[in-house]
Design a protein. Structure first.
Length: 260
């Protein structure tokens, strides 16, 4: 093959790997197919559910599912959504690729009310909808190891820790892989759109981060995967008063914010 053909092939590969993030105009390099990511997400979720205890508080579990389903609908994403409340003091929550969501009871006291919980779930769901896990794997150790396109499984893989870290459950297995600042900002932006659309007062996202900051080291799990830009609460307050968010919230069916 001549060098021109090779150059054309290389640019085709890059075009295929370059995707537009749903709900955002950002172009991202992501060569991980949804099917593969969703399968890894499901495996990691089953691991978590096996090792952690599901909450026996059925009322609160129902609240988590109700809010989660509303956020999922607002995101417009057709995942096989699943929402579980984990009985644990850890201040933590995550959404794995494919829409597998875990909320830990420890984070409820920081969420304080339904809109606070909607803010957390909106942010986590946004990481999954925006395919941040696949993007991280495309850039990370798997790409370097030439494993793109390889059949990956968590049960028998020396990259297990790296995969779990990229998926966002690294804190559970002692591998810390914080989301980058740009992914965090994107999840904040999309997450607030979802919560406003679903009818939850978007200002509560800002209040949640104010409480999180006050807790300081109280939230090592959540904080380790969600590095906290100092002015996050302020940025969210400003975002909540933008015309786009105010319009989304105004058009939604209003709900009363209830204490959890
Ligand atoms: Zn995040």
């Amino acid at each position: 093959m001549g060098p021109q053909i090779l150059a054309i092939l290389a640019s085709i590969t890059i075009m295929v790997a370059c995707v537009t993030v749903p709900g955002s105009n950002r172009r991202a390099i992501n060569f991980m197919p949804d099917g593969q990511m969703n399968s890894l997400g499901l495996q990691a979720y089953q691991d978590v559910l096996k090792t952690e205890k599901k909450s026996k508080n059925f009322r609160m579990t129902a609240v988590v599912r109700e809010i989660g389903n509303k956020i999922a609908r607002a995101s417009g994403e057709k995942f096989k959504w699943e929402f579980n409340l984990i009985d644990s003091n850890k201040i933590n929550a995550f959404c794995l690729p494919g829409g597998k969501v875990a909320v830990y009871t420890g984070i409820l006291k920081v969420a304080q009310n339904t809109a606070g919980l909607a803010a957390i779930m909106g942010h986590e769901v946004a990481h999954a909808v925006a395919r941040h896990g696949g993007e991280r794997m495309s850039h990370g150790v798997l790409a370097q190891a030439g494993l793109a396109g390889a059949s990956l499984s968590l049960s028998n893989n020396k990259y297990r820790g790296a995969i779990l870290g990229a998926l966002g459950v690294g804190a559970q297995v002692g591998v810390m892989l914080p989301f980058s600042r740009s992914h965090e900002t994107e999840a904040d932006v999309l997450g607030m759109q979802y919560m406003a659309k679903a009818g939850y007062n978007p200002i509560e996202a800002s209040h949640f981060w104010t409480r999180m900051n006050k807790g300081g080291s109280a939230g090592p799990e959540f904080m380790s995967t969600h590095p906290n830009p100092v002015n996050r609460a302020n940025a969210l307050r400003k975002m909540a008063s933008s015309s786009k968010i105010r319009n989304l919230y105004a058009r939604s069916r209003k709900q009363i914010t209830k204490r959890l």
